[in-house]
Structures are given as structure tokens and as C-alpha cells.
Design a protein around this ligand. Structure first.
Ligand SMILES: NC(=O)C1=CN([C@@H]2O[C@H](COP(=O)(O)OP(=O)(O)OC[C@H]3O[C@@H](n4cnc5c(N)ncnc54)[C@H](OP(=O)(O)O)[C@@H]3O)[C@@H](O)[C@H]2O)[C@@H](O)CC1
Ligand SMILES: Nc1ncnc2c1ncn2[C@@H]1O[C@H](COP(=O)(O)OP(=O)(O)O)[C@@H](O)[C@H]1O
Ligand SMILES: [K+]
Length: 503
């Protein structure tokens, strides 16, 4: 699903109004109706609703929602922030349509605000939406600070007020801290970024019938991954298939004290459906691997505690995953250097393999095209240098992927896949229970297993991050986020496959 910028959203709005055709006022009514339908399922009419409106169409949505909620028996009060700014036409129309039974409070200074809102109250935040053009100041900023201090639940209409949809919001700006955001038609880029995503709270996308032709044609480099995409990607396992059909993967990693990392990757590659798996570890890992992952074949390095070599014949493998528990010993670095001079199967690189790459520009330049790299933000920073904000980080991601013709999964709450052609795919599965040691090792195993089965690098990245997060969500349903550990992720991978195969 494509993500639109604020400007594209305005264009989608205008296109829909002209082509459907529908009046702008009726489109606002449709958006507000969708919002109210959602809200009614979650909050009963016993909950008092306080609607805060700015001067634009976001405020217009708030007014229309206030009227619809009042019709449904909710106790609604409206607060208009009046700074002398002229209101939008649809705002004005909706203000005129407001039944006189709804109390309208006009706020011109901070003192006009009620001393406090009841904890059981629901605040509808309709101050500003996609039309925000500068950080909030004065009375608007004061109202935001006031609302953020209230014990009430805040539901933001479209976007938390004060948050820029597709540009960095300057730090220290007044932004609504929403509990829930109901956003129209498409998620906003800011919801997916580490520094701004938290403002949106739990967010949901409400379709409001923006014109299909526009949505199909509009070009956007940003997409979110949804399960529908996998119906065409996921391959069936045909009746006469055999283990050779599903590829032979090689995982290289592990060092003394970090053998668990490569063990978890191995489990994950197997659960991702690979036909055969070989794992190369230092000698001290031999019994560990043979005991804990009996399905895998094990090769050992000459060294007891760290890796210093790769198997000689790499041609029989369909994917080579390197990194979990790899270490950064000098021998290990030299082994990686000589590896890059050979003809190689598709690569997945993680953890210390990335740190070694980061420390060596020449090595980076030899990175084979179509490799998949899976850095967390710190590893990414080592590869590209620091980013000034989340949007700059996306720019660095794009530069890196196009310079090295590779795919980079920038891991996080919404892991982002960067591609050589400049598209970005944000993941929508996963939860904070996955913020636990070894989660990334599991992802490496999944990607290696998928790539060995012949999935393209982009398919493997998309399927891999989605399944990994979904396994985390299913595991969290069973054991809770607090107790989730990385091995739960490969243990729930089967359930995740079943869910996307049958959705
Ligand atoms: N297509 C859709 O998805 C649909 C969208 N809909 C809804 O419309 C919303 C977008 O509405 P919108 O364009 O009127 O923008 P909104 O944010 O309400 O306010 C803009 C006004 O505020 C002003 N202003 C800006 N920043 C400011 C600041 N810091 N401090 C003070 N003022 C500031 C700005 O003035 P200016 O920048 O010109 O100075 C302008 O006057 C969207 O989020 C959704 O809720 C639905 O109804 C229908 C379908
Ligand atoms: N809050 C979160 N929400 C969703 N996924 C998360 C969250 N925190 C971590 N993850 C996922 O868990 C994995 C952590 O990887 P990484 O930091 O490399 O862990 P490790 O090095 O311990 O294996 C990534 O795939 C990341 O997307
Ligand atoms: K808002």
C-alpha cells in the first residue's frame, strides 16, 4: 500500500472531488462518518466527548464528528481555538450545521480552558491535520500542552496535531501525544519513523473512498507491507517437490560465548522452509550445533573459538548468511575479505559482518550486488555515518542501496526495506516484545532460508520481515510481550506462515 505525502493527499482529495464527483463538504462528511463509526464501536455514549477544533478542514472534521456523535446520543462539547485566523469554508459550513444543543466554547486565551477534563473523557483532536505548515506556537501550543497533561484519552483526527506528516517535526515543538490516531485512507510517513511514530499512539487507517484511479497512478517511493502482497509472492510446495527443490543454505557465524546467535539463525532458516542447511562454526560450536539443531549439517573452522575461513566450495549453496555471533577477530576479517574475491551465492549479511564492512571502505566496495544487509540503527550509522533526523536517515538508506546495488533492512519498530531502485517498504508487524537479544539473528536465518529457496532479494526481504514480525505478534499473544524471547520467534514462524497462506 502506497504512502502519500501531505501534498499528494491534497491532490487525491481534489481529484476525488472533481472525478467522482463529490463536493468537498460531502467528502468531509464521509471522513467524519467513518471516524464516528469506528469510535462508536470502541467507546459507549456514556463517555463524554470534548472536540478541539482548529481553523482548517481538520477542525471541520471535528465539527462534523461532533454533530454525528450528538445525533447518536453522545454528550459532546466543542472547543474552538480562536486566534483571529480565517476558517476554511467547510469548517464554517459545519459550524453552521452544529445543533444548538451542543455547547460551543470559544477559546481566545489559556484561561478560557476548563481547569481539567475528566479521566473518562474522550478528546477528539481536530486542531491541525495534513495542512500543518509550521510548528505550533502561542495558544495552539498551549492547548496542546494542556491536552497532553489531561488524564483523558486523546483520539487524533488524521494526524496528531503539530506533527508534520512527511517532514521532520523540530524537536521541542508542541505535538499532541495521541492514544489513538484514526488516519484517512493511508498511513502517514511520520507514523513509521522512530522519533515521530510514538505521537500517533495506536493508529488505524480509515478508508474514505478517495478515487482509485488517483491512488493507482500516483507515484510514491514509500509503501507499507500488507498481507495481501504475499498471496502472489508465497510459493506453494508442490506434491512432487523434494529437499533439493527448496535450496541448500549455508550459515556462517558463531564464536566462543556467542554460539547461541548462529544456533537461533539455524533454527529460523529451517523453519523458513529451506531444503538443506549447513552451518559453519568454530570448533567449540560443533557439539552445540549438532545437539541443538540436529536437522542442520555442521562444518567446523580450524579455530577453536573464532572463525577464520569459509568452506572452499560455495557453489553448491543457494544462499550464504553471515554474521550472527561472527565476532570481529582479525582472522575473521581476513576471511571475509578473501570471500568477497570469489564467485558467491546470494548473500545475507548481519551483525559483525556489517561492522567489519563498516570499518573497511574497500571491502564495502566489493559487496556483491543484490546482497541483503540487516543493520539495526547503530550498525547502519556505522555504515553510513550519522543521520540528522529520521528523514535524512531514509536518504542515507537510499544512497547506500543505490551505490552498492543492495537491499538494506533497517531494523526497528517498523523495519524499513531500502532497495537499489529507491523504493522503501515499511513493515507493519512486530511488537516491543521483540526488543530482546537474538531477535535479529532469527531474521537473518529467515532471510537466508527464503533466499536459498529462490525468492528474489526483494521478495525475501518483504516476506522475511513480515513473517518475523507476525511470528512475534503470535508469540506475544501466547506468552505476552514481557516474556517473549527470540526462540519464540522461530517457534511461531510456522503459525505465521499458516496465517499468511490462509488469509
Ligand atoms: N483528503 C483527505 O484525506 C481528507 C482530509 N480531510 C481533513 O482535512 C485535513 C486537512 O485540512 P487542511 O488542509 O484544511 O489543513 P488543517 O491541518 O486542518 O489546517 C490548515 C490551516 O491551518 C493553518 N496552519 C497550518 N499550520 C499552522 C500553524 N502552525 N499555526 C497556525 N495555523 C496553521 C493553515 O494556514 P496557512 O498554512 O495557510 O497559514 C490553514 O489555514 C486533513 O488532515 C483531514 O483531517 C477530510 O475532511 C476530507 C478528506
Ligand atoms: N519495538 C519493536 N517493534 C517491532 N519489532 C521490533 C521492536 N524492537 C525490535 N524489533 C525487531 O527485533 C529485531 C532486533 O534485531 P537486533 O537489534 O539485530 O537484535 P539482536 O542483535 O539481539 O539479534 C529486528 O528485526 C527488529 O525489527
Ligand atoms: K489532528
Amino acid at each position: 500500500m502506497k504512502i502519500l505525502t501531505a501534498a499528494q493527499t491534497r491532490a487525491a482529495d481534489a481529484f476525488t472531488i472533481a472525478q467522482e464527483p463529490i463536493s468537498s463538504l460531502d467528502l468531509m462528511e464521509r471522513a467524519s462518518w467513518a471516524l464516528v463509526q469506528w469510535l462508536k464501536q470502541r467507546y459507549s455514549a456514556a463517555v463524554p466527548v470534548f472536540v478541539f477544533c482548529g481553523p482548517g478542514n481538520n477542525g471541520g472534521d471535528g465539527l462534523a464528528a461532533a454533530r454525528l456523535l450528538h445525533q447518536d446520543g453522545y454528550d459532546v462539547q466543542v472547543f474552538l481555538i480562536e486566534t483571529g485566523q480565517s476558517a476554511s469554508a467547510d469548517f464554517t459550513q459545519n459550524l453552521q450545521r452544529l445543533p444548538s444543543a451542543i455547547a460551543v466554547n470559544r477559546l481566545q486565551r489559556l484561561e478560557d480552558l476548563p481547569p481539567g477534563l475528566p479521566p473518562q473523557a474522550l478528546v477528539l483532536d481536530g486542531l491541525f491535520g495534513s495542512g500543518l505548515s509550521r510548528p505550533l506556537e502561542g495558544l495552539y501550543a498551549q492547548v496542546v500542552t494542556y491536552l497532553n497533561q489531561q488524564p483523558a484519552t486523546i483520539l487524533s483526527i488524521d494526524i496528531p496535531s503539530g506533527l508534520f506528516a512527511d517532514a521532520p517535526t523540530p524537536s521541542g515543538s508542541a505535538v499532541i501525544q495521541a492514544d489513538v490516531t484514526l488516519t484517512f485512507e493511508r498511513p502517514k510517513l511520520a507514523f513509521l519513523m522512530p522519533h515521530s511514530g510514538g505521537y500517533a499512539g495506536e493508529w488505524h487507517v480509515l478508508p474514505i473512498g478517495l478515487h482509485e484511479d488517483f491512488l493507482n497512478q500516483v507515484e510514491s517511493p514509500y509503501q507499507v507491507l500488507l498481507p495481501e502482497a504475499f498471496q502472489t509472492i508465497l510459493r506453494p510446495r508442490s506434491k512432487f517437490s523434494h529437499k533439493g527443490t527448496f535450496g541448500h543454505a549455508l550459515l556462517v557465524g558463531g564464536s566462543y560465548g556467542k554460539m547461541g546467535a548462529i544456533t537461533m539463525s539455524a533454527h529460523a532458516a529451517l523453519r523458513a522452509g529451506v531444503g538443506l542447511l549447513t552451518v559453519q562454526v568454530p570448533q567449540s560450536g560443533y557439539s552445540i550445533l549438532q545437539t541443538t539443531v540436529p536437522e542442520a549439517m555442521v562444518l567446523t573452522d580450524d579455530h577453536e573459538r573464532h572463525l577464520s575461513q569459509f568452506p572452499e566450495d560455495l557453489t553448491k549453496y543457494q544462499c550464504l548468511g553471515i554474521g550472527p555471533g561472527f565476532g570481529q577477530a582479525e582472522d575473521t576479517r581476513l576471511a571475509l575479505e578473501s570471500l568477497f574475491r570469489q564467485k558467491l551465492p546470494p548473500l545475507v549479511l548481519d551483525a559483525d559482518a556489517l561492522n567489519l564492512l563498516a570499518a573497511d571502505r574497500l571491502l564495502r566496495q566489493q559487496l556483491p550486488p543484490d546482497s541483503i544487509l540487516t543493520p539495526h540503527p547503530k550498525e547502519f550509522e556505522r555504515l553510513t555515518g550519522p543521520a540528522s533526523d529520521d528523514f535524512h536517515r531514509l536518504q542515507l538508506l537510499q544512497n547506500f542501496c543505490s551505490e552498492h546495488a543492495c537491499y538494506v533492512i533497517l531494523k526497528g519498530a517498523h523495519s524499513c526495506i531500502g532497495t537499489p531502485s529507491g523504493e522503501f517498504y515499511f513493515n507493519t508487524t512486530g511488537n516491543p516484545g521483540m526488543a530482546t537479544g537474538g531477535s535479529g539473528d532469527v531474521l537473518t536465518g529467515i532471510l537466508t532460508g527464503l533466499r536459498a529457496q529462490g525468492y528474489s532479494p526483494l521478495e525475501a526481504c518483504q516476506l522475511g520481515v513480515y513473517l518475523h514480525g507476525l511470528a512475534g505478534d503470535l508469540a506475544a499473544e501466547a506468552v505476552g510481550e514481557d516474556s517473549l524471547i527470540a526462540s519464540d520467534l522461530y517457534n511461531y514462524l510456522g503459525a505465521a506462515f499458516l496465517q499468511i497462506r490462509h488469509s
